[in-house]
Ligand binder design. Sequence first.
Ligand code: 8YV
Length: 322
Amino acid sequence: MKQKVVVFSQIHPEIQAKLEQQYDVMYIQPKLGDVNQQILQYVKDADAMIGAGRLLNRNNLATATKLKIISSVSVGHDNYDLEYLNEQKIYLSNTPHVLTETTADLAFTLLMSAARKVTYLDQWTKQGQWQRTVGEAQFGMDIYGKTLGMIGLGHIGAAIARRGFYGFNMNVLYHNRREKLELAQGLNAEYCDLKSLLQRSDFVVVAVDLNADSKALIGAEELALMQSHAVFVNISRGSVVDEQALIQALKNRQIFAAGLDVYQKEPLQESELFKLDNVVTLPHVGSATAQTRKRMAELAYQNVVDTLEGRMPRYVINPQFQ
Ligand code: 8YV
């Protein structure tokens, strides 16, 4: 009798095929109706779940009596009710490291696109607005040699800081739950409090995990500390930022521009952000390259195999069911 695995989001086809060879695989398919009802039905005798981008908690996992692991194809794991998984002794695993550089590339893409008005000017040009030499309305902000303020200096935050320091000769400030002396030394980075970072930075990049400390970390008060020429980038989680406050700050030209890859509600379907010419909005694509998503899926697959073969998964979040 094959063990049962529930796939709750799209994963790389090669990994899908490997799962189907080894296990009895069921797919959660939104087009078939209520996803939570599908999850409740399929997890009844499931041994493992693999996927990303879906809230899994004590409500939609209530029927999971045999579940041994939720293998998330992501580095962030705020979608999962960890307290419940610990109660039920269900491993939660993730896929760190393989997406670090790809996500940092995307963060810097957002920084540069927002700084130089790339998306606005692309549309402006394509609409035939380019009638004469560009003027101040088309001017962007310099990046080279400017001050980069990192909110969060984990693996991804450090990779972003390296791009600024080595690639653009930027002066790096950082705010983190604790100082990262060794890492900061290599980047000549200065640890500072959040207020000082927001006041001094030309570019503010949010790269924190979503947790009790970082939820709603950036609101109207924090945005008001930023300089009017400053650019704000968020590649962490939407809930780290008060989105309405950011919209107001952009509308009022309190800051120069923003580059966003995450939002309080995803997918972002209707938003005042769509009407603004000083924000770049991307659809949560930080790790979204074919190569990186395949490597993430490979790690997630191995976490499932290890668990179902009785070994501790390599990237487990709750190794001893704290
Ligand atoms: C995931 C991410 O693809 O890894 C993460 O935490 O945010 C992305 O790489 C996303 O979470 C999937 O919904």
